[in-house]
Write a new protein. Sequence first.
Length: 333
Amino acid sequence: MNVKTKDLWVFVETSQDGGAKNVGIELLTPGKMLAGKQGEQLAAVVIGNHVEKAVQEANAHGADKIYVVEGEEYAHYTTDAYTIAMVALVEKYGPTSLLIGATGNGRDLGPRVSSRLHTGLTADCTALDIDGESGNVAWTRPAFGGNLMATILCPDNRPQIGTVRPGVFKKSPETQPGAEIIREEIHVSQDQIRTQVLEVIREMAGNQVDLEGAQIIVSGGRGVGGPEGFAPIRALAEALGGTVGASRAAVDAGWIPHAHQVGQTGKTVAPKVYIACGISGAIQHIAGMSGSDVIVAINKDPNAPIFDVADYGVVGNLFEVIPVLVEEIKKAR
């Protein structure tokens, strides 16, 4: 595809209430940085039905332009409808790069769009920059099971496309809205959509794990000793109104489901407070939580690497330390 502008685009995925999902607004932060390095403008792409709330959010978080596609056919995400709309926009305006959140929908949309446009896709990125020599986007992602980080360039085809994990970047502060809003009439007939949403079932809603959106996370690692060792972790999380996380070692041992895993091969999180209990601090785990505002480590090994990144550390047995913390929190409340 021929590049017609140097604009960098961010796909802002929408929720059922018409608002923006966190990852789309988060991606406006690196998008602004990358666009600034290349003298480009940052554009948000909003596709959905009744999405004015998402448009306002993108406008308040730094987008220079906002492309809006609305219609009843976009009320629920479908691969066909969203791909047709995105490809039509890209072919018309010709941006140089496109960032998509690595959500369930984003991981579906990205490959389909890149295939239609005959360009590459770097999936599940955890860092973004501009390569100084070539001017291409430098996409960094875990490789070989998270044992090393690979930086990938797409030098020949455009647009450069990548999916980026939720929680890697923080939302920028709100600014005075001033984006140019461009509304496009792109409609998809029902016979072009090969799947149909019959019913949305919010199964096990009470047990869903929202690590990316959590403000407080209490995580357990190999040091908890077994499934029963997560009892004090849950007690501390409950006392703080937080969410339970885990290291890969605890998940691989079968002590807790994978949905709780934090790290390169799990979720990347950036809560206000992250409490690591019995976690030694392998680089794969640290890469998934180092963006937290405050990190507290509880570990009986004073030489554990987790203390190198912690703001506060407690050297001690978590089974002795956590009950005391829980009691003090309850007293304070």
